[in-house]
Design a protein around this ligand. Structure first.
Ligand SMILES: *Cc1c(COP(=O)(O)O)cnc(C)c1O
Length: 357
């Protein structure tokens, strides 16, 4: 007889990562295509001499650096093994009953339903609007006496859409103060719209707001796993309790600190990515595709039932993209050459005839 495990786990899907295949161009995981800067590589190399020693479990230096960077005190910063770990930890600190509800848009980041169910809570998914944006009015209406946590992914992964300041502040004002609101800003550095918000600023004076950011996207450290949360000290203390000890390793901590020191160089790269994103969106629209308004480092093609077949055809043409069920396909903005390869496939007459008729 095998040991007894939680029966509900059989109904929870494992996280499916974007495909990788060495000989194909990968535009499937929203990674930065540029490699790490030399000073970051150096910081990592120095730490390799010390890997017989545990990392600093309190992440003291990194939390101080992040705090200085975003303009808060270090007791308002928690770090995690990627911000996806913090998503899970936020469920753990708010939900302790299967009836507890976690509200988020759908489609949104596919980790949300997983961490909710792993945390033994109930997911409440609120459909996006017709233009693939968070429906904050419907999300506010979905709040019940059981609601414990709300994720707002802004810009939204995988659709790229942004909710602007007026709408977002109205939502934050409408949510009762005992419910924790997570503003997941994984793509913050790619947002260019005038009415963009900064979750850290929005959170000042709103003790029920937590902001998530990550070093995986604009900072190019996806392989090292480090993200952070900014919020009230009580929330940060709770996060430290459920944190898996030492899960942010020594190399990750040093690389993140070094990245903040070359922040302006790393952020300069986002201008290139944003220009490519907009070029891709324009070319795809010209070819006849519907493309949602993206403020992130990817574009979203709502191809419906054709999504999986489009993903296969793109892979056959040498480019891995990310199909999501029967909703659409997400394509990361890579280098100009990589994007050109994808655009050549997407705008080829055969592709257009197959997928846009
Ligand atoms: C990529 C991403 C994250 C975090 O990724 P980590 O690598 O775990 O830091 C968090 N939220 C969203 C919406 C993302 O797309």
């Amino acid at each position: 007889m095998t040991a007894r495990i939680r029966p509900d786990l059989s109904a929870i899907p494992a996280y499916v990562a974007g495909r990788s295949q060495p000989d194909l161009v990968k535009l499937a995981s929203n990674e930065t295509t540029f490699g790490p800067l030399p000073s970051v590589v150096k910081a990592i190399a120095e730490q390799t001499e010390l890997i017989n020693r545990y990392p600093d479990n309190a992440n003291t230096e990194l939390r101080a650096a992040i705090a200085a960077y975003v303009g808060v005190t270090p007791d308002r910063v928690a770090v995690g093994c990627g911000s996806v770990a913090l998503c899970q930890e936020l469920v753990l600190i708010t939900c302790d009953n299967p009836a507890d509800e976690v509200v988020f848009a759908w489609r949104s980041f596919e980790a949300y339903p997983i961490v909710t169910r792993v945390g033994n809570a109930t997911a409440v998914q609120v459909p996006l609007t017709a233009d693939h944006t968070h429906d904050l009015t419907a999300m506010a209406a979905a709040i019940t006496e059981h609601t414990k946590l709300i994720f707002v992914c802004n810009p939204n992964n995988p659709t790229g859409t942004l909710v602007g300041e007026a709408e977002l502040t109205a939502f934050l004002d409408a949510v009762p103060e005992h419910i924790l609101i997570v503003l997941d800003e994984a793509y913050f550095e790619y947002v260019r719209r005038e009415d963009r918000t900064n979750g850290v600023e929005l959170g000042r004076g709103r003790p029920n707001v937590v902001v998530l950011r990550t070093f995986s996207k604009a900072y190019g450290l996806a392989g090292l796993r480090v993200g952070y949360a900014v919020g009230e000290p009580e929330i940060i203390t709770a996060l430290l309790k459920v944190h898996v000890p030492f899960s942010v390793n020594r190399l990750a901590q040093a690389a993140a600190v070094a990245s903040l020191e070359v922040e302006s160089e790393l952020l300069e790269r986002t201008d290139h990515v944003v220009a490519e994103r907009d070029r891709m969106a324009a070319a795809l629209r010209a070819a006849g595709y519907e493309v949602s308004a993206s403020e992130a480092n990817f574009v979203w093609l709502p191809l419906g039932a054709a999504s999986a077949a489009f993903g296969e055809a793109s892979a056959a043409a040498g480019v891995l993209v990310r199909p999501y069920g029967t909703d659409g396909v997400r394509v990361t903005a890579g280098t100009a050459a990589e994007n050109d390869l994808f655009l050549a496939f997407a705008s080829a007459p055969e592709t257009v005839a197959t997928f846009l008729s």
